[in-house]
Write a protein that binds this ligand. Structure first.
Ligand code: NAP
Ligand code: MG
Length: 487
């Protein structure tokens, strides 16, 4: 299959005809070719988005009408849900049932922001004197949106939907590994005749060329990025140096999942495994540090290991697969590097750590891996692995649990497992993270804010917060005094 990019309402190749192979990570085989955008291609997409923002209908269209178009997009995603989910699994590797969940989430996101589009309001400011002072909320402009490969279409929806609801125009760059659902989505969008051409542009290419062109452009007003902290920092710095773009960042994490002795034990085991092994551990909010109270430490680790060994690895397209392959060989090598670091650190490898053999040897699989007695200061406890590798650290009491939980440069998410509500609320308040789940892990409802403290990011996506990223406030002062100003 050969795909094309979506620039100014046209499906195009790259201007030098260069393409990139995209893999099926379960088989280690080439799945499709996509265009490799050049700087000139991306600049053309930026020019289209700029024109549509400055002169086009989209930003000035009645918000209710924009909202209805978003609802049409949501419906179109649902109509194509099966096909999109299959494509997601073929390209990214995750189990089909999880792709189905992601696609439903993408549709929900367009529905949510479709409903919110005409509920954006400013306010009247209670000033003194004979004047009326009020705040208008206006779209921020042309947005460059750069997304990772772990939830490809869902991440695209989290970025595109609020931007469109706010009246922005945009250029989205999917990750080089997983561009297929975004490109198929472009074809679906193209069928929505009320969406003006050039409002949504989708370019495929690598970060240092296609992504960096967005970041360095003087015609882009805002960058929304999800990915590594390292690239996020570069984006913030470069955006400041060019035209002081508004920047929102959703970055990495090393999230603590904290288990107290008084938690429901069955719920605890399931929550610990789901927290780290869902989506092969390739989740920014993965519960990759398991902090467990000493009195249940051994029991929890034994139970986790027993069940982790039974997790069915396989091609995401096959029924019954619980964990798919990692996204590509390069990423698997990175995860294996952390497994080596864990072994060398003296931590105890309880299970996994290896590539499964047999039929799975062709794909980029890694067995679910648990390290116990990990030193809280070690690299395995501090750095983001972004794979199915968890570090277990025992603790003595509540205050030590809080100290360990916060001992991280990151602050994206945390889980707390206890039946004691007072204790849970104490941890909720003490943990410095953007999301805290109590007796659960991973839910990301559309209605609440998503984002990180510390080096896990800047700004929030989803919910009412998510649209604020795409709006700016304009103060309007209307003089109601008919006398000339005295000065
Ligand atoms: P990454 O390099 O941060 O990539 C994320 C996105 O940014 C991709 O679309 C990437 O493009 C783009 N990008 C890279 N360099 C760029 C630049 N100089 N200017 C503009 N855009 C740029 O992350 P990765 O390579 O996919 O993964 C590396 C590590 O990042 C992972 O192992 C994990 O620790 C972390 N990560 C975190 C998240 C998260 O959700 N927080 C998601 C993914 C990865 P290309 O990749 O196409 O070149
Ligand atoms: Mg990359």
């Amino acid at each position: 299959m050969t795909y094309r990019m979506y620039i100014d309402g046209e499906f195009v190749e790259s201007n030098n005809r260069q393409t990139r192979d995209v893999d099926n990570p379960a088989k280690g085989e080439v799945l499709a070719q996509v265009p490799e955008a050049t700087t000139a291609d991306v600049e053309r997409a930026i020019a289209a988005a700029r024109r549509e923002f400055d002169e086009g209908k989209w930003p000035n269209m009645p918000a209710a009408k924009r909202g209805r178009i978003l609802l049409q997009i949501a419906q179109a995603i649902r109509t194509h849900a099966k096909e999109l989910a299959r494509l997601e699994t073929l390209n990214m590797g995750k189990p089909l049932s999880e792709s189905e969940g992601d696609i439903a989430d993408a549709a929900d996101c367009f529905e949510y922001y479709g409903g919110l589009a005409n509920k954006i309001t400013g306010e009247v400011n209670p000033i003194s004197g004979r004047a009326l002072d009020f705040t208008l909320k206006e779209p921020v402009g042309v947005c460059g949106q750069i997304i990772p490969w772990n939830f490809p279409l869902m991440m695209a929806a989290w970025k595109i939907a609020p931007a469109l609801a706010a009246g922005c125009t945009l250029i989205l760059k999917p990750a080089e590994q997983t561009p297929l659902t975004a490109l198929r989505f472009a074809e679906i969008l193209d069928g929505i005749s009320d969406l003006p051409k050039g409002v949504v542009n989708i370019v495929t290419g690598d970060g240092p060329t296609a992504g960096a062109t967005l970041v360095k452009s003087h015609d882009v007003d805002k960058i929304a990025f999800t990915g590594s902290t390292e690239v996020g920092k570069w984006i913030l710095k470069t955006s400041a140096e060019t035209n002081l773009k508004k920047v929102t960042l959703e970055l990495g994490g090393k999230s603590p999942n904290v288990f107290f002795a008084d938690s429901d034990f069955e719920m605890a085991i399931a929550g610990a495994l789901f927290g780290i092994f869902y989506n092969q551990g390739e989740v920014c909010s993965a519960g990759s540090r398991i902090l467990v109270e000493k009195s249940i430490h051994k029991k929890l680790v034994d139970a986790m290991a027993e069940r982790a060994r039974q997790i069915r690895l396989g091609d995401g397209m096959e029924a019954g697969t619980k964990m798919g392959p990692l996204v590509n060989a390069e990423h698997r090598a990175r995860v294996e590097g952390f497994i080596r670091i864990g072994k060398e650190s003296g931590a105890k490898l309880v299970c996994g750590g290896n590539r499964p053999g047999g039929e799975l040897a062709r794909g980029y699989f890694i067995a679910p891996t648990i390290f116990d007695h990990v030193d809280f200061n070690s690299r395995l406890a501090q750095e983001e692995v972004f794979g199915p590798v968890v570090a277990v650290i025992p603790f003595e009491n509540e205050s030590e649990a809080i100290k360990l939980a916060n001992h991280s440069q990151y602050g994206l998410a945390a889980g707390v497992w206890t039946k004691d509500f007072t204790k849970a609320m104490h941890l909720v308040k003490k943990i410095r993270a953007g999301i805290v789940w109590v007796n659960h892990y991973h839910p990301a409802p559309m209605e609440g804010p998503w984002g990180g403290y510390k080096q896990s990011g800047i700004g929030r996506e989803l919910g009412k917060y998510g649209i604020e990223n795409y709006l700016q406030a304009k103060q309007v002062y209307i003089n109601l005094n008919s006398k000339p100003v005295q000065w």
